[in-house]
Write a protein that binds this ligand. Structure first.
Ligand code: ASP
Length: 303
């Protein structure tokens, strides 16, 4: 834990349940965020820099590494940003945008706080944000793995019978069934040396999921929150996270004086063991991470 008061601090995660082989992506993202903090001291710019780097990595479930939908073709992404200077932006269910976190940042400068679906994609085009990169063999392999799991008897989504997805199917292509729920959102929380806090998060969503599914990541107070006492970012199965308003709940505990590590652990303890969940946070004098699964992460403090 960092105890340095006032020094800038960055914590990033690569998703609850993601392989820690990908931790190098988090380390690089945190370094870039710290470098960005040196440039202008803006916690939000630093958080966005970290998340954009992880979106571009291709191994994490966000941006260029996003999971394919159950039809094996559609990618829908969510992202959000928030800071203590009043900037708040989110995007839900957007397709064909390379860096959804940059779109969330741009939405914060419109009269709205969130755009979804086609309108979000059109806005991205209007402001010149690049389209997604072509789908990679890695994304296709992950999809084949999920299909194999869906065809088996072990629930691909905890507590949900795999057959449910066939009954409520809403993709254009028919379900074509031939391991592990995809759950590797990326996120970053930053404390600026000026005492401001920021959070940014981005995800390709969880799998399996119906077309149009939105998780916790773009929902204020659930997947993310920033206020004068700190910034919190959650990862894991959104359907469970939103029921606990997880980010705001943990924020309130920290604001009430609970030590950061204790607040993060208490947040994780709200969930059944079969539900993957992870948290990262920065407060005025601390920074940390906690999860009930492997979670690639990196934590760095300004000198
Ligand atoms: N929370 C994300 C979602 O439910 C997934 C994740 O964190 O990996 O969309």
């Amino acid at each position: 834990m960092s105890q340095t008061k006032q020094a800038g601090a960055v914590v990033v995660h690569g998703g609850a349940g993601a392989s820690c082989d990908h931790e190098d992506a988090c380390v690089l993202a945190a370094r870039r965020a710290l470098a960005q903090l040196e440039v202008n001291g803006d916690a939000l710019d630093a958080a966005i820099t970290a998340v954009a780097a992880m979106e571009d990595d291709g191994r994490l479930n966000a941006g260029s590494g996003s999971v394919l939908g159950l039809d094996g073709a559609t990618i829908e992404m969510d992202a959000s940003i928030m800071d203590t200077r009043g900037r708040l932006g989110a995007v839900a269910c957007v397709q064909d945008v390379r860096n959804p976190v940059l779109l969330a940042r741009a939405i914060a400068d419109t009269p709205h706080w969130m755009l979804a679906g086609e309108g979000a994609q059109r806005f991205a085009r209007a402001i010149g944000l690049p389209a997604s990169r072509p789908v990679t063999e890695r994304q296709r392999a992950e999809h084949r793995k999920l299909m194999a799991q869906m065809a088996g008897s072990v629930p691909a989504m905890p507590g949900v019978d795999n057959a449910v997805f066939a009954r409520i199917w809403n993709y254009n292509k028919p379900l074509d069934l031939p391991e592990a729920t995809a759950c590797d959102t990326v996120g970053a929380v930053v404390r600026g040396a000026d005492g401001h806090f920021a959070v940014a998060t981005s995800t390709g969503g969880s799998a399996p999921a119906l077309l149009g599914r939105v998780g916790d990541s773009p929902i204020i107070g659930s997947g993310f929150y920033a206020g004068p006492h700190g910034a919190i970012c959650a990862t894991g199965i959104g359907e469970h996270i939103v029921r606990h308003l997880l980010a705001r709940t943990v924020y309130d505990w920290i604001a009430a004086g609970m030590p950061l590590a204790q607040a993060l652990q208490r947040g994780i303890d709200l969930f059944d063991k079969d539900v993957a969940v992870g948290l990262i946070a920065v407060s005025r004098n601390d920074a940390g991470a906690c999860s009930n699964r492997a979670m690639p992460q990196a934590r760095m403090t300004q000198r």
